[in-house]
Design a binder for this molecule. Structure first.
Ligand code: CA
Length: 233
C-alpha cells in the first residue's frame, strides 16, 4: 500500500482542529498538528507534509508569515489558508506570500476535502514538472524554482515571487498558445480567483520588467488583443 498522504494542520482553535483532524483521518490522510505559527513552520520544514492547512490568525506568527517563511526555505507543498469571514483575508497578499488556495470558515467538510484533493493533485503535477524551460537567455529551473539569466559565461539569478514563478512556468509550458486571462487564472490559481484580471495584468507587467529587454515591446510575453497572452521563447 502506498504511504498515506501527510497533511499538517496549523490551527489554534481546538474545536476546529478536532473537526479537521477527524475528517481528514476518516478520509485516509495522516494528520500532523501544530497550534502556533512557529510550531507550524518547524513541522512544515522538518516533517515535509504533502499539504498544509494554515490558519491565518495564529499566536506568534501569522499564517501569512508562516507561508512566506516556508517558501523562503524552499518548501513547495500546497498551502491552503483557513480564513474567517470577518478577518477580511487579503487574497492577493496571501498568494504573494505563497498560498495556493483558501477556504473561509465556517466551511463544509465536503468543500474542504475537495480543496485538499485538488491541491494535492496540483502539488503532484508540480513535482512531476521537473524539466527546465529555456527561452532567450533564460533558464527556468523547476527543481530550484529559480530563474537564471545567462550573461556570456556567467549565470545570474533573477528573483521571482512565487506567483511570478508559477505564472512564468505556466506560460513556458503553454508556449505558442493564445491564452485567455480566465484560462490563465483558472489554471495557475484555481477557480477561486476570477475577477482579478487586473492583478493578472500587474503580475504580467512585473514579469515583463524582469525578462524583457524592452517591456513596452515584449518578445516573450505577448499581448493577444481581445484575448489575453501568448508566450514565445
Ligand atoms: Ca486562529
Amino acid at each position: 500500500m502506498p504511504d498515506k498522504e501527510k497533511i499538517l494542520i496549523v490551527e489554534d482553535e481546538e474545536v476546529i482542529m478536532m473537526g479537521l483532524r477527524e475528517n481528514l483521518a476518516v478520509a485516509g490522510y495522516e494528520v500532523l498538528e501544530a497550534t502556533t505559527g512557529t510550531e507550524g513552520l518547524e513541522k512544515g520544514i522538518k516533517q515535509r507534509p504533502d499539504l498544509i492547512l494554515l490558519d491565518l490568525m495564529l499566536p506568534g506568527m501569522s499564517g501569512y508569515e508562516v507561508c512566506r517563511e516556508l517558501r523562503d526555505k524552499g518548501m513547495h507543498m500546497p498551502v491552503i489558508m483557513l480564513t474567517a469571514r470577518q478577518e477580511d483575508f487579503d487574497k492577493l497578499h496571501g498568494f504573494e506570500m505563497g498560498a495556493d488556495d483558501y477556504v473561509t470558515k465556517p466551511f463544509s467538510v465536503e468543500e474542504l476535502l475537495a480543496r485538499v484533493h485538488a491541491n494535492l493533485m496540483r502539488g503532484e503535477r508540480r513535482k512531476d514538472q521537473s524539466e527546465n524551460f529555456e527561452f532567450g537567455n533564460f533558464i527556468l529551473d523547476m527543481a530550484s524554482r529559480l530563474l537564471k539569466k545567462k550573461n556570456g559565461s556567467k549565470v545570474e539569478d533573477i528573483t521571482l515571487t512565487k506567483t511570478e514563478f508559477d505564472l512564468l512556468a505556466y506560460f513556458c509550458a503553454n508556449e505558442g498558445k493564445a491564452l485567455s486571462r480566465d484560462t490563465v487564472m483558472n489554471d495557475v490559481w484555481g477557480m477561486e480567483y476570477y475577477g482579478t484580471q487586473r492583478s493578472l495584468d500587474s503580475f504580467v507587467a512585473a514579469l515583463r520588467h524582469k525578462i524583457e529587454t524592452d517591456s513596452s515591446k515584449p518578445k516573450h510575453i505577448l499581448t493577444v488583443h481581445g484575448v489575453g497572452y501568448k508566450f514565445a521563447s
